[in-house]
Design a protein around this ligand. Structure first.
Ligand code: GLP
Length: 230
């Protein structure tokens, strides 16, 4: 895993946004795996600016989001609409989401994996990092082989994300690692402990993000604050 330490979150966001744009320039019909969360807000803001400035053709891309709360009002979808899809006028048929409202969650997760395969797999997967080392909603204890599934959220995640729902649907660790390229990102001091485990700790299910080190084309972008305990 290549590690890039930037001076601040502005630089992290700008570098990642430029890499997403580059991916689209190189392969206009690419498949993007996208994340939500506070870390992503400035990345999407910068990416929208780049797209507008360069009149990037986004009409052929496809997107798959990492996760959605179970039986929630599509919170992740609303986040994406606001920060990315509406400003860039990405059409509904280009966007894929786990259906948190489907009570048959095995079907919802199976369909999602199938759709990803049908699109030829994810070209570039963007990941944020949970303070407890999660990726997507693969909480500590998630296995390397885990696929897209329903998971019980940890108390610390519920507090960090300020939500009261118990379950979420998430792409699994192995689903994520099937992407051709991965960019993992973290900014701020409150991610320093998790980053230290991801970079220097043992690779294993205690810190699911550590599995990203097994991927042959993965990059980690962090700011100085998140790099504080390396
Ligand atoms: C949520 C999402 C993750 C995201 C993480 C980090 O739990 N499921 O995909 O990476 O939060 O969030 P933040 O960027 O707000 O710290």
């Amino acid at each position: 895993m290549k590690i890039v330490i930037c001076k601040d979150k502005g630089e992290v966001s700008s570098k990642v946004a430029n890499l997403i744009a580059l991916q689209i320039k190189e392969k206009p019909n690419c498949v993007l795996g996208l994340a939500t969360g506070r870390t992503m807000v400035p990345v999407y803001k910068k990416f929208v600016e780049i797209c507008m400035k360069n009149k990037l053709n986004l009409s052929e891309i496809k997107t798959f989001n990492l996760d959605e709360y179970s039986s929630s009002n599509n919170e992740m979808r609303d986040f994406m609409n606001k920060n990315l899809f509406e400003p860039l006028k990405i059409k509904n048929e280009q966007i894929n989401f786990l259906d948190g409202m489907n009570k048959d969650y095995e079907e919802a997760c199976g369909n999602y994996e199938y759709k990803i395969k049908l699109c030829g797999g994810i070209d570039l997967q963007i990941l944020g990092l949970g303070r407890n080392g999660h990726i997507g909603f693969n909480e500590p204890g998630s296995e390397l082989q885990s696929r897209t599934r329903r998971v019980l959220l940890s108390e610390s995640t519920k507090i960090a994300n300020n939500i009261s729902v118990e379950y979420a649907l998430t792409m699994g660790v192995s689903t994520i690692l099937s992407a051709k390229k991965i960019i993992l990102m973290a900014t701020g001091e409150n991610k320093a402990e998790a980053i230290s485990c991801v970079v220097k700790g043992e690779i294993g299910k205690k810190v699911p993000a550590s599995f990203v080190r097994k991927h042959k084309n993965a990059m980690l972008f962090i700011d100085k604050a998140a790099a504080g305990k390396i």
